[in-house]
Design a protein. Structure first.
Length: 115
């Protein structure tokens, strides 16, 4: 399964994203964030897609264009523990418009959970 995750500016939530990356066996990892997030590192390979703050409909269009052709399957694991509500809405809308199924993913004390 492919993983798509948002990277916010909070280091605590970046730790959540790292945990999700490290505890899963991903076919492909795509991380989205603004310019402050592009210094994120992890031992696993991932593609970083930079997004810029815009009105929500423009942000959804920007995300759709940047994800075009990058998702291989029909379902993705989605981590939105990091980021903000506007970006979450734009990303979810872009994925559903692709169309691709979404399985929300989070790392808990019991391990990786798909919701």
């Amino acid at each position: 399964m492919e993983l798509i995750a948002l990277l916010g500016k909070d280091e605590g939530t970046m730790g959540q994203v790292s945990g999700v990356i490290n505890h899963g066996d991903w076919d492909n990892i795509i991380l989205l964030g603004d310019s402050t997030s592009k210094n994120f590192t992890n031992s696993k390979d991932f593609e970083f897609i930079e997004i810029t703050d815009q009105p929500i409909t423009d942000l959804k269009d920007q995300i759709s264009k940047k994800l075009k052709g990058k998702i291989k399957g029909t379902e993705v694991a989605l981590s939105i523990a990091s980021g903000n509500g506007k970006t979450h809405m734009a990303l979810i809308s872009a994925l559903l418009s692709d169309p691709v199924g979404i399985r929300f993913t989070v790392l808990t004390k019991d391990g990786l959970v798909f919701m």
